[in-house]
Design a protein around this ligand. Structure first.
Ligand code: LLP
Length: 427
């Protein structure tokens, strides 16, 4: 019996039908026959359900979801989420260009990022309000540059300060972002100093405050803590400015179940938001993982297997270049064979073909696999930070992506070719 993780209250999109693993009823085996292996496969239904779960939990609030594009930046995914009403959280000029292509309305975009360059800001300043609803400022130097640029170019922009509330999100160290030692955002003192020094500029309007304390958060306490500090700072900042701010952005971070985690209750998350921000005119949140993770799987084929005594290793045609989370964070991803044929589970190390010992997907995992070439598996919960973090390391072209939505199968990104790998090399 294979447990398949689900989002809180989301429908399960990957399930077995007649012994074949399907995505919303479409056999993954058939998708591999059609599009090749390895292959990223996404369920539109899962994305829609996850989006509805979040927005319904927070209904009644002046909410705008700004999907964190970095989780999965495929244009079709952006278009789908935008059609549901989502905006986007962008962290680079490249992501901004994607939002343009996907026609995500400008009023629903925010721009974060610790290293917005002068060149990127200049390109954005050609557009009204820099092509976004607001820019989230992460350092004093960045703020000063924005003021200089906006005044020189006579362009109005809205900004929010990204606040680092010094709260431990109690998640993996490598994906924590809201502690003092993390590089993100500004301290309370820095924000108040900037507000006192620059107050209201003719062109740069301070409209809000934002936070993002980390990712894969499965405990409500850090949110409560961070929201409380944010609400306090908001009151103080408003008294310095002599006016109310028009929004707060609470960031992303809502965790999902990869193995046996207990995701937070969205209803209780909503109660916290209401407790701290009842009178704020606009509330933004930036979920990434909670919308996409469970919606995607990386499907891969066995190339070889090896047995050394009691140790069995199965080698897949996917590698850490396709899905880096296990190698980078020791992250757990459920692995499900595409065929359920009643064979007995045995212990496997599941690895890729990259020349690195850290290139693995699972260690000592009980799987009903024989280790024969051509057998297929799905590495589940890979819809977020899967393809978007993939690379061409070892000169392996990036894999194709397929979206199954409302009964239709769509190739949303072609498999890269060798030509794609070398086309920028002057040879
Ligand atoms: N907003 C900001 C400013 C962020 O930096 C992030 C994620 C999000 C929102 C979305 O957070 P989410 O809802 O997805 O937790 N690569 C790591 C995750 C890094 C998250 C970076 N920032 C992983 O695979 O676990």
């Amino acid at each position: 019996m294979i447990r398949i993780p689900t989002l809180p209250s989301a429908e399960q999109s990957f399930f077995y039908r007649n012994g074949r693993l399907t995505v919303d009823g479409v056999a993954l085996d058939d998708l591999v026959e059609r599009f090749g292996s390895p292959l990223y496969v996404y369920s539109g239904a899962s994305i829609r359900t996850a989006y509805a779960a979040i927005t319904q939990s927070l209904r009644g609030l002046p909410l705008q979801v700004c999907y964190a594009v970095k989780a999965n930046s495929n244009l079709h995914i952006l278009k789908l989420l935008s059609s549901l009403g989502a905006g986007c959280d962008l962290v680079s000029y490249g992501e901004w260009r994607r939002a343009e292509l996907a026609k995500v309305p400008q009023g629903r975009r925010v721009l974060s990022g610790v290293a917005k360059t002068a060149k990127e800001l200049e390109a954005l300043f050609k557009h009204k309000f820099a092509g976004v609803y607001s820019i989230h400022v992460e350092s004093a130097m960045e703020f000063e540059l924005i003021i200089l640029m906006a005044n020189a170019l006579k362009r109005e922009v809205r900004v929010a300060f990204r606040y680092n509330p010094d709260v431990d999100a109690r998640t993996l160290d490598k994906i924590s972002t809201g502690r003092k030692k993390d590089k993100f955002g500004l301290t309370r003192e820095e924000i108040l100093d900037l507000a006192i020094t620059y107050g209201d500029d003719d062109f740069v309007r301070i409209e809000g405050l934002s936070i993002h304390i980390g990712s894969q958060i499965t405990n409500l306490k850090p949110y409560d803590h961070a929201f409380e500090r944010l609400a306090d700072l908001k009151t103080e900042l408003e008294s310095h400015l002599g006016r109310a701010l028009s929004y707060v952005d609470l960031g992303g971070g809502i965790g999902v179940r990869y193995r046996d985690e207990h995701p937070i209750s969205l209803a209780r998350y909503a109660s916290l938001v209401k407790k701290h921000f009842r009178k704020v005119p606009r509330i933004l949140i930036e979920p990434g993982r909670s919308l996409l993770a469970s919606a995607g799987a990386l499907v891969s084929e066995v190339v070889y297997s090896k047995e050394r005594g009691a140790n069995r290793t199965v080698i897949l045609d996917a590698g850490m270049n396709d899905l880096v989370r296990p190698a980078l964070y020791d992250a757990y991803h459920e692995i499900a064979p595409l065929k359920q044929d009643g064979s007995k589970p045995v212990k496997w190390d599941v690895v890729g073909g990259i020349c690195e010992s850290t290139d693995y997907f699972a260690k000592s995992r009980m799987l009903a696999l024989e280790g024969l070439p051509g057998e297929r598996v799905a590495i589940l919960s890979s819809g977020a930070y899967g393809f978007s973090m993939s690379s061409t390391y070892n000169s392996r072209p990036r894999v194709a992506e397929v979206l199954v939505d409302r009964g239709k199968v769509k190739l949303i990104r072609k498999r890269e070719t060798f030509q794609d790998l070398v086309k920028h090399e002057n040879f």
